[in-house]
Design a protein around this ligand. Structure first.
Ligand SMILES: [Mn+2]
Length: 289
């Protein structure tokens, strides 16, 4: 018998070297740093798109809107070619492009699991910082800045979106998500019920009725002791050891349509430990189980 570890479909990394959404330019170097840390070995057969997508100069939200449109096109083309997009940021604002492109390729919005220390559900009217990387989930749900909500593609269906790991947010954000009907599993609930149960429930929400689902993974969802290399660390996050077994083989499932990995900042890493844990996540997602 011949054993093969071949992936059921090609996986194509789409690097997005953008720090437009935050204040630290370091996250723009995330994709290149993960490539040199061995990302290609973490997912055998991974194809790395070149050149990376780069933002153009201009007013911030306008530049970001353009970048998101390019990214959405790239994601759509990747899926149409039969490959799974692995979008590598860059800060989380690019999600406003990724999941519109996924929706276009599918012809319907995907279910989505958003792993994040934050809720990313601000609008330009509610944000205290003004940073667009706090806005992409709201934008994907059709709320907020027209530069981001206007990226062509279907808005997400809040009934099939959930957030895991939230522990730092302003009151307007859970209010908006609650109003729309997005299920938020915050750290208090995860502590009470356990990550395994919560993750299974999240998969059931995002993939209900066989719908295609994706993962948007903000590295700051992890505990900063394990993953200090992020722009906005928040104490009390997920332990990689708890998350890794739940991720095992998800990227091989037919229902999984795209994966996004954002906010890795090599300039804030310590001894390469964040890069190592990010690559462990990638390895697990595409592991044969
Ligand atoms: Mn985020």
């Amino acid at each position: 018998m011949i054993r093969t570890d071949r992936l059921p479909r090609p996986v194509r990394a789409i690097p997005v070297a953008s720090a437009l959404g935050g204040t630290d330019p370091g996250v723009a170097r995330g994709p290149a740093a993960l490539l040199s840390a061995g990302c290609l070995d973490a997912c055998p057969g991974l194809v790395w798109d070149v050149p990376p997508l780069l933002p153009q100069a201009g007013p911030r939200l306008q530049s970001l809107g353009k970048l998101c449109r390019s990214l959405a096109r790239r994601v759509e083309r990747t899926m149409t070619s039969g490959a799974l997009p692995l979008v590598i940021g860059g800060d989380h604002a690019i999600a406003a492009g990724t999941w519109r492109g996924v929706g276009r390729a599918l012809g319907a919005p995907p279910g989505l699991i958003w792993l994040d220390a934050h809720l990313d559900a601000h609008t330009p009217a509610s944000t205290p910082s003004g940073n667009p990387h706090g806005m992409p989930l709201a934008a994907l749900l059709g709320q907020g800045a027209p530069e981001l909500t206007g990226v062509p593609g279907p808005a997400l269906d809040p009934a099939h979106v959930c957030v895991i790991g939230a522990r730092s947010f302003e009151a307007s954000e859970p209010a908006l998500l609650d109003h729309l009907g997005v299920r938020v599993f915050n750290m208090a609930e995860i502590g009470r019920r356990g990550l395994g149960l919560v993750f299974a429930e999240a998969l059931a929400i995002a993939g209900a009725g066989g719908r295609a689902f994706g993962l948007s993974i903000d590295v700051d969802v992890l505990n900063p002791d394990e993953a200090p290399g992020v722009e906005t660390p928040v104490r009390g996050g997920l332990a990689a050891a708890d998350l890794l077994p739940l991720f095992a083989g998800l990227g091989r499932l037919a229902g999984c349509c795209a994966i996004e990995l954002v906010e890795y900042d090599p300039g804030r890493d310590r001894d390469g430990r964040t890069a190592a844990v990010v690559l462990a996540l990638v390895r697990s997602l595409f592991a044969k189980v």
